[in-house]
Each structure stands twice: as C-alpha cells, then as structure tokens.
Design a protein around this ligand. Sequence first.
Ligand code: PMV
Length: 323
Amino acid sequence: MRATARAQPNIALIKYWGKRDTNRNLPAVGSISMTLSELHTEMCVELDVSLDEDVLVVNGVENPGLRPRVQSCLDHVLGAGRSRARITSTSNFPVAAGLASSASAFAALVVAAAAAAGQSRTTAELAALAGQASGSAARSLYGGFVELRNRDDDIDVRSLRPGSEWPLSVVIAITTADAKPVGSGAAMEISRRTSPFYARWIDQQETDLADARNAIAARNFAQLAAVAEHNCLKMHSVMWASRPPIVYWNSVTLSCMRAVRELQAAGVGVFFTIDAGPQVKAVCLPDNELRVRDELASVAGVAEVMTSGLGDGAALVGAACPG
Ligand code: PMV
C-alpha cells in the first residue's frame, strides 16, 4: 500500500497556454517539450485506512494549501471511495517558481498512487490522469523530446525521440526563488477571456508544432531555436495583452535574455525559453554548456544557475518513503 516514484520536470519548446475544457483540464493546443534529467521530484504515496484525512508533506513541511489539488488527483487515480493517504514530496529545485514543479510532482504522484493501490495502468492512461491535474505533467510521463497532441476529447502523448539521440543541454538561470504571482491555470483563463491575441495564438500553434517536430527529426538546432523563441515570446505576448496583464518576468529575466542574444551574436548555439515564471532556460549544444553557464551566472541578479541534460519519463523507484 506504499510506493515511491520519481519524475523530472519538462521544459516546453512549443508551449501549452489555454484550456479547451476547464473541467477536464484539456489543453486548447498541442505542445512539445524536453524532459530533464538532473531536476526531479520524488513522491511517496502511502495508503492508510487508519488516517482520518490526507496528509501532504512537501520538502519536509506539511502543506495544506497544495492538498486539494493533490487530493483531486488521487481521487481520479484511485476513485472517490479511496483510503486516505500520506503523501510525501521532495524536489531538488525551487517549487512554484516557473520550473515546472507541478509537472514532475503530478507525474510522480500518478505513478506512485497507481502502484500503491496495486493498479497496472498504461503510460498513456497515467499521462491522461496527470494531465487532468496539470496539463504539462502529462508530458513528464515520457522521456526525451515529447509531443502532446489533442485527440477528440482526450490527449495523446508520445516521445518524439529519446534524449540520447540528440543530447541537448539546458542551463537554467534562477532569477528569484519567490513563488509566482498567479498560477498558470487561472492565468490561462484570464488570457482566453481577455487577450486580443489569444485566437491568433491558437490558430498558429499547428504551424509551430510542425516546424519544431521537423527540427527535432532533422536535429536542426537553428530551426528549433528560431521556432522555440518565437513561440515563447508569442505566449508571453498573449499574457502581457491580457486584462489584467500577466507578467511573469522581472528585470533579471530580461538581462538573461540579452545575455543569450549576445552569445548568439558571438556564434554560440543557444536559445532561451521562459515558462509561467521568471526563470530563463537556455537550451544549447553540449559543447557550449560551460560558456552559457558562465555567461548566465555572471548576469547581475541571477541567484543560481542549474544545468541539466535530457532524461527519462516518470518511474517507480521503490516501496520505501524517503525520510
Ligand atoms: O501544466 P501547467 O498548468 O502548469 O501549465 C504550464 C504552462 C507552461 O509551462 C507556461 C507551458 C508549458 O507548455 O509547459
């Protein structure tokens, strides 16, 4: 009745922004991401009939604020009549700050919960369950380059190619460890209702997806860089034009973007992408990782720099709970 799973966050190259069904949390657009190797969340689920209520401990501290989302995810996996659970989550990176901690958390949660209950589910089923909790979490069930497509009233997630076939590096500049001002789910709805650019964003997504899919198939870094930066800036333009505006960046975010531009001007193969938070992720060819890392670490205001390669999808790591 106990299992622990580990999942890695993913970085979206072609972003998901907007929902077509808020009840089932179905995305309005497809997306393409890279699953990381060095950042991870471990989630232990222990089903316990003697508990009166669920207990959630995040990085050693009880967290009643995050509990409702976790409870609803457990209800989806195990059914509403399930036993109460003790859930212990540990991440080796800042949570709720635009580093896709919800992706690794919910991907690990569905794998651990299903195993704790003795269920044998397919990866596709687990991805659909994770996606109901956090759209991007569905992609962390798979490793390497991952595409999420909309299919009828569901999603279809698959790995486009393993990271070992195109081992890119990701350098993450942490510009602040503060929690983000508004969660992505609420922010997407504000954009859908109020941003004049939202409809164009939806219309153009298929073109960007095809472009990125082709770039990954051909391992064409320049092509991937161009479409990923364009898609990222387009998503943030949709947010900025929302009412109220949704601005996740800070001045250090902009300084990091300029540092990446300067590296590009010097001929270094690197591009930036930014999700629903202020952190800048610079994707580069492995040979350039040290240079990109040094450059971003020297930007005034950068608190920390982390590096990662591409990793595997969520997996069970055992029956013991950490700590
Ligand atoms: O999965 P959510 O609800 O945290 O939304 C994630 C949205 C972005 O990170 C901004 C883009 C993406 O595709 O991951």
